[in-house]
Design a protein around this ligand. Structure first.
Ligand code: SF4
Length: 65
């Protein structure tokens, strides 16, 4: 199931919860908690950086290229 808001979207079928996006996001809008990736839409700037580092293509950020 996707998180589908106006901003960040994560395809949960593809996400492997590697944490690469959490490490890259300058706004801490993506956080790994236990075995889940938690999305804090309200923190997203948006800059699109985290989507660039996702190795599986699971993540889309507003402003992402
Ligand atoms: S970088 Fe991609 S695969 Fe890794 S935790 Fe983020 S959304 Fe999931």
């Amino acid at each position: 199931m996707n998180d589908s808001h106006n901003g960040i979207t994560v395809d949960r079928k593809i996400c492997v919860v590697c944490g690469a996006c959490a490490a890259a996001c300058p706004a801490e809008a993506l956080v790994v908690e236990g075995l889940s990736l938690v999305v804090a839409q309200e923190r997203c700037r948006p800059c699109g950086i985290a989507a660039l580092v996702c190795p599986t293509g699971a993540l889309a950020c507003p402003g992402g290229k």
